[in-house]
Design a protein. Structure first.
Length: 185
C-alpha cells in the first residue's frame, strides 16, 4: 500500500490533468509545427527545475522527426550554456540572461516558450517582453496563479496548482504531449 503522501501527490496530479482545458497545448503544437515547416527557431527558458525541463523539451524537439521529412526542429534552451549564463548575469544582470539571447538569436516568426512555476521571475518576464517586441510568438507553461507572465504571453498554458513539483511535472507532460502531437501518434 503506497504512502499517504505519495497517494495524495498522485491524486492531485491526476486531478490537475483531468480538469485542464488542453486546447492551448494543441494551439502551441500547431504553432511549433508551423515554425518547423518555416525552419524558424523555438527558444525555451526557465529557472531551476524549469531550466532542466526547458533543456529536456529542447532536446526532444531537436531530434523530432516527422514521417515525411527527417529534419528536426531548430530548438534551443537559453539556459543550457553555463558560460553564457554566468557571463550575462555578471555583465548585464540576472534579469537579462534570457532576453539578451533572444535579442541576439531571435527573429520574427520564432517561438519563445517560458517555463515557470510562479510566472514572476524577472528574467522570464524580460525574455517575454523582448520576444513580443520582436514579433516572436510567446508561450508560457505556468503553475500557481500564473503570475505576471499569464497575461503577457500569446499562448498561456496555466495549471492553477500551488505545488512546484506538480507544476514542473506538468511542464514535461506538456512537452511530451507536444512531441506526440508532432509525431502524429
Amino acid at each position: 500500500m503506497p504512502n499517504k503522501t505519495i497517494q495524495n501527490y498522485q491524486l492531485r496530479l491526476i486531478d490537475c490533468m483531468r480538469s485542464f482545458d488542453w486546447s492551448p497545448v494543441s494551439r502551441l503544437a500547431q504553432s511549433v509545427f508551423a515554425v518547423w515547416k518555416d525552419r524558424k527557431n523555438v527558444f525555451l527558458c526557465g529557472n531551476g527545475g524549469s531550466s532542466a525541463n526547458a533543456a529536456h523539451i529542447a532536446n526532444d524537439l531537436l531530434f523530432f522527426k516527422s514521417k515525411d521529412e527527417g529534419a528536426g526542429i531548430k530548438a534551443a534552451a537559453l539556459s543550457a550554456n553555463p558560460a553564457v549564463m554566468t557571463c550575462l548575469a555578471n555583465d548585464t544582470g540576472y534579469e537579462n540572461i534570457f532576453s539578451f539571447q533572444v535579442k541576439q538569436f531571435g527573429k520574427k516568426g520564432d517561438i519563445l516558450i517560458a517555463l515557470s512555476g510562479s510566472g514572476n521571475s524577472s528574467n522570464i518576464l524580460e525574455a517575454v517582453n523582448t520576444a513580443k517586441s520582436m514579433d516572436i510568438l510567446t508561450c508560457a507553461i505556468l503553475g500557481f496563479d500564473g503570475g505576471k507572465c499569464l497575461k503577457m504571453v500569446d499562448i498561456p498554458i496555466h495549471f492553477p496548482v500551488n505545488d512546484m513539483q506538480i507544476s514542473e511535472d506538468l511542464q514535461l507532460i506538456v512537452g511530451h504531449m507536444l512531441m506526440q502531437w508532432l509525431k502524429g501518434d
